[in-house]
Design a protein around this ligand. Structure first.
Ligand code: MN
Length: 448
């Protein structure tokens, strides 16, 4: 049976925190957000453990538990928050996550004095994020990347197959490939330009060569994080799929387009993708996202109805997430001239052809077991307009039309020293804006 993870008092736009700095307008982490991450105080030598971002600080959940501040299910959930990943917390499921969120919200709410009554609370219970190291939030066994944006699929397909941009399967089956979990990296980790095999001549008549990637790209994506899994050989009904989601983060699926072009047929992307995938550090919980749901994107008339196992019926009215993703680029020359990062794209996750529940139900539809901490990338989030294109491959028409940057530079693909900055936020009338934080990475030169 599907759990209700609806709007409650933790989403109330009128809520403020007693914590100075948590109520600044436009901030990513107001009291209505409460995303989970893994941190430790820099230089403390303590093991990494779970915290919740609030304003410019992180709440140490284990420290609150030690002080006896949680009860019931929230206390059970807090008992696994000393772990170095959020996997056991995610695996407990929505009832525990919701209870912990509710009690953390109460502890941080204006007027509550329990935390401020603890000794050294400013350094021990609520250190500044800037004084902490952050770690990957999940221990991820498997990472899958979908292709859920029909705008991206069409734009990319047009470059390779002008006569048939969208393959006939697209509107029936959510397309994906199995990514590489070992090269998931955290926001801020530099990305080494990959080496690889490419074929320069379009006719395939020249021999391929091996060298540094010449068409390095980013992909603007969101990651869906699995909470409770399913046993091997079982399926997940689409109506219950969201019960298995712990939350979301931002994801940059770095892509070597020249390697990809040469290797992708017939089995899909391989080394063009497996060298790095960057994640943002904070997991925006499924509970936090309740006010920011949107109707699934309307499919063009004449499109096939989804097969029954993907049909969400009336639930499609709030099956999408109203997440806006932005991509900024900062080049070494711009940094030298103190120019602000240039925005290259802005796109809406609500425009995806497939919803999170459909991606998850499809993934498990053959009996494949999903496990806590697994990540399902949405695929590049693009939209119908030119400003919605979520990768350089689309923006430059396969490297043909250079993007002009504020310092007068141009880019077809990424150059060494370029910093890619992915950010995201949710807004809804009557609710405050919540942010996803950032997902940054700077390109390092290839090592031959
Ligand atoms: Mn991708």
């Amino acid at each position: 049976m599907a759990m209700t993870r609806g709007i409650d008092e933790t989403h109330d736009a009128a809520l403020t925190s007693w914590l100075p700095g948590a109520n600044a307008p436009g901030h990513d982490f107001p009291i209505q957000n409460l995303p989970f991450g893994i941190f430790r105080r820099r230089g403390s030598g303590e093991p990494p453990h779970a915290g919740v971002a609030i304003g410019d600080r992180v709440l140490d959940i284990a420290a609150c538990r030690t002080a006896g501040l949680f009860t019931g299910l929230a206390s059970e959930a807090a008992a696994v928050c000393g772990d170095a990943s959020l996997n056991r917390l995610a695996a407990l499921g929505p009832a525990h996550a919701g209870a912990l969120r509710g009690q953390i919200s109460a502890l941080l709410r204006a007027g509550d004095t329990r935390i401020a009554g603890l000794p050294d609370w400013e350094t021990r219970v609520l250190p500044r994020i800037s004084e902490c190291e952050l770690f990957l939030p999940m221990e991820t066994g498997d990472y899958t990347d979908f292709y859920a944006s029909i705008h991206h699929a069409t734009n990319v397909g047009r470059l390779f197959r002008p006569e048939q941009p969208l393959l006939p399967n697209y509107k029936h089956v959510p397309i994906g490939y199995h990514g590489r979990a070992s090269s998931l990296i955290l926001d801020g980790t530099p990305v080494r330009r990959p080496m690889g095999q490419t074929q320069a001549s379009p006719d395939g008549l020249q021999p391929p060569s091996f060298g540094p990637c010449k068409a390095l790209d980013y992909e603007v994506e969101a990651g869906l994080i699995i909470g409770t899994g399913n046993p091997l050989g079982t399926r997940i009904p689409v109506a219950a799929a969201e019960d298995h989601l712990f939350g979301m983060c931002l994801l940059n699926d770095w892509s070597a387009r020249d390697l990809q072009k040469w290797e992708y047929q017939p089995l899909g992307p391989f080394l063009a993708k497996s060298f790095a995938t960057t994640l943002s550090p904070w997991v925006i919980t499924w509970e936090a996202l309740a006010p920011y749901r949107a109707a699934a994107a309307a499919h063009p008339s004449g499109d096939p109805a989804p097969l029954a196992y993907l049909d969400q019926g009336s639930a499609s009215g709030r099956a999408a997430i109203n997440l806006v993703c932005e991509l900024h680029l900062l080049t070494p020359a711009m940094r030298q001239q103190s120019l602000a990062p240039a925005r290259l794209s802005r796109a809406h996750a609500r425009d995806l052809y497939w919803t999170p529940a459909q991606l998850l139900a499809h993934h498990a539809s053959n009996g494949c077991n999903l496990r806590p901490g697994d990540i399902l990338g949405t695929g590049t989030i693009s939209g119908p307009d030119a400003e919605n294109r979520g990768c350089l491959l689309e923006l430059t028409q396969g490297g043909k039309d250079a993007v002009v940057l504020p310092a007068g530079e141009t880019r077809r693909y990424l150059q060494d020293g370029d910093e890619v900055i992915l950010s995201g936020h949710c807004e809804a009338p009557g609710f405050v804006r919540i942010g996803f934080g950032e997902c940054r990475g700077t390109v390092l030169p290839a090592v031959g």
